[in-house]
Ligand binder design. Structure first.
Ligand code: ING
Length: 307
């Protein structure tokens, strides 16, 4: 008996610096309704879906940085999205900048959430792998200051029971690290949702700029195959404030095959029927962890971060 999730990747085009969160939410609701009209069960939006990708700018004034963060979720701006998803009985996932007060201390995370079909938040993930740099580097045509603006998650990776399966969350750079998928697979994830904002130009290695689309799909497909999981990669795409962001949103089967792929660099829904029982084709055979993995031989992976 199959366990089907009709999954939509809701790719978004550029969000300009002066575009309001209300405008971004209106676009998200339009994509949600388009997916629901095709009977989607789940709609996945990009990383930092409510605002422009602000880590591209050096902002010395912390109050300006904090203007890109949400202090609660849902909130007045996103409530219409949660309400519409609830009314349409569709689960949603999206990324946003989270300002989280814990024991009087402020924490800033690059966060993604997943709701159930009733608009209730089931799972909240904070980004583990923060790329880029912590200080302004004027030599770059644009900054990538995630290490300055966010704290890396202390909570690691976890899957949640959702939609009659187990679903994990990851964010952007996480998708490049094999550890991300293995940690989630070992927590029973059958599907991983990954929003991203990926500039085509990578200033430290411009000779790789032409490989960004390849590296995107390589990462998503390798993670899916080596862990027998559905992987949903969802771009914020297009030329956003002069920065060319790749598209290529894709739905990847546990075999590593891309079963749906975005064709534009704008707001676009792609859809696929994801049968979670297909994970077994991989996880009961070539990547049967219990039968074949040798953790006692993998001593370096969790023991240290470098050479
Ligand atoms: N963005 C990029 C990503 O990992 C990047 C950073 C760009 C890394 C290009 C390598 C090449 O896709 C985020 N937000 O992590």
């Amino acid at each position: 008996m199959n366990r089907m999730i009709r999954t939509a990747a809701a790719q978004m085009g550029p969000i300009s610096r002066d575009e309001t969160r209300v405008s971004a939410v209106v676009r998200m609701i339009a994509l949600l309704e388009q997916a629901a009209a095709q009977n989607a069960d789940l709609v996945v939006f990009p990383e930092l879906a409510l605002t422009s990708f602000f880590p591209r700018w050096f902002m010395p004034d912390q109050s300006e940085v904090d203007s890109y963060f949400e202090t609660e979720m849902p909130n007045t701006v996103t409530a219409p999205l949660f309400r519409r998803a609830r009314d349409l009985r569709v689960a949603i996932s999206f990324g946003y900048a989270e300002l989280h007060r814990q024991d009087g201390i402020l924490h800033r995370y690059n966060t993604a959430i997943l709701t159930d079909r009733a608009g209730q938040i089931l799972s909240r993930y904070r980004k583990v792998h923060l790329p880029g740099h912590g200080e302004e580097e004027p030599w770059r045509p644009f900054q990538h200051l995630e290490k300055r603006y966010f704290e890396p998650s202390p909570f690691g990776f976890h899957a949640a029971d959702a939609l009659n399966g187990r679903i994990g969350l990851a964010i952007c750079n996480d998708r490049r690290w094999p550890e991300t998928y293995r940690e989630l697979a070992l927590d029973g994830a059958e599907m991983v949702l990954i929003g991203y904002n990926t500039p085509r130009h990578y200033p430290p290695a411009p000779e790789h700029d032409h490989l960004q689309d390849f590296h995107n799909h390589l990462s998503l497909q390798a993670g899916a195959y080596a862990n027998g999981m559905w992987v949903i990669g969802v771009a914020k795409a297009g030329v956003e404030e002069g920065c060319d962001l790749i598209g290529g949103s894709a739905i990847v089967a546990p075999t590593g095959e891309i079963v749906a792929q975005a064709k534009t660099l704008g707001d676009e829904i792609i859809l696929a029927d994801c049968d979670l029982t297909r994970c077994a084709e991989i996880r009961a055979n070539i990547f049967d962890f219990a039968q074949h993995r040798r953790p006692e031989a993998y001593t370096r992976i969790a023991a240290r971060n470098g050479q």
